[in-house]
Structure formats: structure tokens, C-alpha cells
Design a protein around this ligand. Structure first.
Ligand SMILES: [Zn+2]
Length: 368
């Protein structure tokens, strides 16, 4: 499968070292495969039921732990009927496993033995787990302020944990330096186009769970956009197949402690401004990115679908986390942002709100 640059549209050949466009530096996408309901493997209750629509050859052994096909649970919340998509019901407790299963399958196919990634925690834990299963050595670079539960999860899977002082971007700089100077392969969940091959299946799944319909609104935390953009691509594939007549409104939620995408949306611009000052850490650590690499694509998805980007405060997130728990949903603060946004947004129709990471990763008593 070819890789296509999201910026200059150059075509590149996939390889372990190809994680961004060599011409313009923008993120790459895997050449699109059409959505084909007739090819769904109905008795496979994981996202690999869509294997014919994923960029993995038929004869390649996959690295899987049954990820995907997460519950869709209806509940009354903030005076509205909401369909909560429980992405925290995943092998490592977050939606990241969707992308990791495809990414690590490709890494093993290529014969890669040693990888590195930078993460705010959940992607690192996911990569550590799937690399353990695939027999690949992993080094995970995390901000030193990452929750202790996520750090323990990463090192318990046997990955080498590198703690980097400063904002999330410093961890990215550290891994890029290690990749440039050692034999480490950059298995970046944020950059790799294979991540989005995995996360696009959330759109496919929702279409199946709603019996051949898409929701009217899709609400998700947005930082690097791996779930948000994956879902958007999944819905676009279904639209292109003529199976729905319009895309859901794509609604992204950020923490107002670090909200470059919400600010760009408000300002009507198509790229985020560069934030150079050091921001205070937000309790929504999973989406606290000062320089999101997919900003243009995220803003385009929002505007194309008449969606919006909502910023919520740490206090609103804390209340929402407790409120969700009172309804039976135990999520980390990064996930609770969607519930805080449901209180602010005016949404109509069938609303899906994704709950992306387990509360076990950052319980409320750590926060007060
Ligand atoms: Zn390019």
C-alpha cells in the first residue's frame, strides 16, 4: 500500500522509517480502501472483522488482543439522551489499542525488533503491551508529570520508561533524538498512518451498532486527534460507499488549560498558533498538546461537518468525572471532558460521546 502526504500529496513507499513526508514534513495517510459491508467477518468480535478494509495483507499474522467492538450504552445525561461509546473497555484500558494493533502488526511484519514512542501515557501503555505480545522491545518517553498509574502500566509490560521533564512536546523531541542517533525505530502513534487505519474502525462499528446509520453528533476529546480523525475517516468511507447521506457533526473537546485547536476554531484559522510559553499541567493530560501535528485535518473535519471545538475547565472536568461515575462510568479526566462539554453544547439528534480511557489510570483521589 502506498502512503500519501496530507500536505503536498506526494506518494511514498511504506517502511519502518517513513513516518512523515520527506518533502514537506506533513503527516502521511494510507491509501484509502473502500468500506465494504459484504466483507465484514461477522463472527470476529474485534476490529479485525474489518480486515479486508485495513492496510494489512491477507496472509500477515496479526498482533491482536480482541480490541474494538466496544459497548455502546445509552444513558440520560445533562438532560439529554446520550450513547456512550465505552472505549475504555479495551485490552489496556484506552481506545489507543485500536491503532496499536494495526501498527504493531505492521512492525512485526517488517521484522522490527526495537521501537520508541513518546506518549502522555495511554498510547505508551498500549504500545508496551502489544510489543510485549509481539516480542518487540519498546522504549516509551513520557512527560515526568504523567500519572503514576500509567507509568506503572508501561513499565510492568516490560517497556523501558523514559521520563522527560517539561511539556508533552519535550518527550517527542527526546524520542526523535534517540531515533536519529541509535537503531531505535520511531513507532509513533501520533504520526504513524497505521494508527488511523485502526481508529477508523470506530466509525465502522458505530454504523453497525446503529444498524446501518451514523449518529448525528460524534463527541470526543481531541489532542493529537487519533480517535477523532480516525472516526471522521471511517464515517467518510461509509459516506463514499453511499451508505449514509451525511457525516455526523464532529465535536472535539479540549481542556482550556491547553486549547490550541479550540482557539484556532474560534479564530477562524486553519492552523494552530504556536504556543511557546510553558502552560500549567491540566488534569486532562492525554490531550494537553501545545503543538498538535494534525491540526489542519482536525479543523477541516470540524468545519466540513458543521461541528465545533469546545474547551472546558479543570473544575468542570472534575465535576464531570464524578457525575459520570455516579452513572456507572469510571473514566480518567481526559475522558471526562466530553461530559463537561455535553453540559455546554447544544446538540440535537443521536449523540455519541466517546469515553476514551479508564478511571483506573488516573483516579479522582489523585486530583484533589
Ligand atoms: Zn508532503
Amino acid at each position: 500500500m502506498k502512503l500519501i502526504c496530507s500536505g503536498c500529496r506526494s506518494e511514498l513507499t511504506a517502511s519502518p522509517q517513513t513516518w512523515r513526508c520527506s518533502d514537506c514534513g506533513n503527516p502521511l495517510e494510507v491509501e484509502r480502501l473502500p468500506f465494504r459491508p459484504d466483507a465484514i467477518i461477522k463472527d470476529d468480535h474485534s476490529l479485525w472483522r474489518y480486515r479486508a478494509m485495513l492496510a494489512v495483507a491477507e496472509d500477515v499474522p496479526i498482533v491482536t488482543m480482541g480490541e474494538g467492538m466496544t459497548p455502546l450504552i445509552e444513558a440520560s445525561f445533562a438532560g439529554q439522551n446520550i450513547h456512550f461509546k465505552l472505549e475504555y473497555v479495551s485490552p489496556t484500558g484506552s481506545f489507543k489499542d485500536r491503532g496499536t494493533t494495526v501498527l504493531v502488526t505492521k512492525l512485526r511484519e517488517w521484522g522490527v525488533r526495537r521501537v520508541g514512542d513518546d506518549s502522555s501515557g495511554n498510547a505508551g501503555a498500549s504500545l508496551a503491551a502489544y510489543c510485549a505480545r509481539a516480542g518487540i522491545n519498546a522504549e516509551i518517553f513520557v512527560p515526568a508529570h504523567t500519572s503514576i498509574q500509567k507509568k506503572r502500566q508501561i513499565s510492568t509490560f516490560g517497556a523501558k520508561l523514559r521520563q522527560i521533564e517539561g511539556p508533552r512536546e519535550k518527550a517527542a523531541e527526546a524520542v526523535e533524538k534517540a531515533v536519529a542517533t541509535t537503531a531505535l525505530v520511531y513507532a509513533s502513534h501520533a504520526w504513524s498512518p497505521y494508527t488511523y487505519e485502526g481508529t477508523k474502525t470506530v466509525g465502522y462499528e458505530l454504523w453497525e451498532q446503529f444498524r446501518g446509520r451514523a449518529p448525528d453528533c460524534f463527541v470526543s476529546p481531541v489532542g493529537q486527534g487519533s480517535l477523532f480523525l480516525g472516526a471522521y475517516r471511517g464515517f467518510k468511507d461509509i459516506l463514499a460507499a453511499g451508505l449514509i447521506s451525511q457525516l455526523p457533526r464532529m465535536i472535539g473537546v479540549q481542556s482550556d488549560a491547553c486549547a490550541p485547536i479550540a482557539d484556532a476554531y474560534k479564530d477562524g484559522v486553519d492552523r494552530c498558533a504556536v504556543i511557546t510559553k510553558r502552560l500549567p499541567p491540566s488534569i486532562a493530560e492525554g490531550i494537553a498538546l501545545q503543538a498538535p501535528i494534525h491540526d489542519r485535518e482536525i479543523l477541516n473535519a470540524v468545519r466540513t461537518t458543521r461541528g465545533e471545538v469546545i474547551a472546558v475547565s479543570d473544575d468542570e472536568i472534575r465535576s464531570a468525572q464524578r457525575e459520570l461515575a455516579e452513572a456507572g462510568f469510571y473514566v480518567e479526566p481526559t475522558s471526562a471532558v466530553v461530559a463537561a462539554a455535553l453540559r455546554k453544547a447544544r446538540l440535537n439528534g443521536v449523540i455519541v460521546a466517546t469515553l476514551t480511557g479508564s478511571g483506573l489510570k488516573a483516579p479522582p483521589n489523585d486530583l484533589t
